[in-house]
Design a protein around this ligand. Structure first.
Ligand code: ADP
Ligand code: F6P
Length: 319
């Protein structure tokens, strides 16, 4: 391939910039031309394409967000949108695309690949919920941000003898909530994968209260829902002054951690190695610490389950 493109799609994640940088510089080192597609698949539909040189990648390795912008593009899922995207590829001479995003973005990459534009997916989402890989770019930074925020909340909860119920991101999964609950020593961690009766949480708080504990942290994944109602119920049934905090988008921002910068760079490099050989329809994964690749169709058929051992550890160490 002589000309490839790179885009970021879906929710932004710290480390996406480092991945784009690695793609651009690796491709240039291999003699290719690289184009940046702005605002995810919308940029393909609207022909919003920029040329990217090695020096354009200066000063972005650390930055959160994505300088290519990102978007969710419902139009791309229509035949009209897809045809417009293919037309842009033809016009711009794009022979292959590196797509950095989550499972949804992978589906778009699969559809483009099926229509003759080989794509390689790189897992970029703070949620760490992509089945084919043990790690997604952005997760480490988001986890550290969330941990720092809860540490701050703990200071005030401790000072006032309060219970703080903290909601973290994860619309469908508890991959953020569960390790975070362990890292902050939460009394209870609620994830969408496992139904936890509120009575059980209250019972645990009561038991610890009787043992002399006076402040509590409860971590709830966004996908569980009802964070405010949970806080109210804890307050009503235990008499402990309780506050709810939704961490929200603060978890998606900020400079990328060492881990995210390094993994992003390794994955960007690996993606270009595939396209250089003319290989598309693949996604980059981390397995047992190694950077490998997987067929995109296979990847989309995999299921990622929550680490049950981690759940058991969280339960045991929070008595
Ligand atoms: P993420 O990549 O973080 O999972 P989304 O699910 O929002 O984020 O997907 C990002 C974009 O990928 C969507 O806006 C859409 O353009 C494209 N996409 C998502 N699902 C599909 C699908 N089933 N077929 C084709 N394209 C899709
Ligand atoms: O990036 C994934 C994610 O953070 C989910 O955990 C969350 O539900 C969603 O994005 C929210 O995204 P937005 O507010 O951009 O729609």
């Amino acid at each position: 391939m002589k000309t490839i493109a790179v885009l970021t799609s879906g929710g932004d994640a710290p480390g996406m910039n480092a991945a784009v940088r690695a793609v651009v510089r690796t491709a240039i080192a291999k003699g290719m031309t690289v184009k940046g597609v702005r605002r995810g698949y919308n940029g393909l539909i609207e022909d919003d394409i920029i040329d990217l040189g090695a020096r354009d990648m200066s000063d972005i390795i650390h930055r959160g967000g994505t300088f290519l912008y990102t978007a969710r593009s419902p139009k791309f899922k229509t035949e009209e949108g897809m045809q417009a995207a293919l037309e842009t590829c033809k016009k711009e001479g794009i022979e292959g695309i590196v797509v950095i995003g989550g499972d949804g973005s992978y589906r778009g990459a699969r559809d483009l690949s099926e229509r003759g534009i080989p794509c390689v997916g790189i897992p970029g989402t703070i949620d760490n919920d992509i089945s084919s890989t043990e790690y997604t770019i952005g997760f480490d930074t988001a986890m550290n941000t969330a941990m720092e925020m809860v540490d701050k909340i703990r200071d005030t909860a401790q000072s006032h003898d309060r219970c703080s119920v903290v909601e973290v991101m994860g619309r469908h999964a508890g991959h953020i909530a569960l390790p975070l609950g362990i890292a902050v020593g939460a009394t209870a961690t609620l994830v969408p994968e496992i139904e936890t009766p509120v009575e059980k949480v209250i019972e645990k708080i009561r038991t610890k209260q009787q043992q002399g504990k006076r402040h509590f942290i409860v971590v709830v994944a966004e996908g569980v829902g009802g964070t405010d109602a949970l806080a109210t119920r804890i307050m009503d049934e235990t008499g402990i002054d309780t506050r709810a905090t939704v961490l929200g988008h603060v978890q998606r921002g900020g400079n990328a951690s060492v881990r995210d910068r390094v993994v992003a760079t390794e994955m960007g490099y690996a993606a270009v190695e595939l396209l250089e050989k003319g290989i598309g329809n693949r996604v980059i994964c981390q397995r047992k610490g190694e950077i490998v690749d997987e067929d995109i169709f296979e990847a989309l058929n995999m299921k990622k389950s929550l680490d049950m051992k981690l759940l058991q550890i969280a339960d045991t160490t929070s008595i």
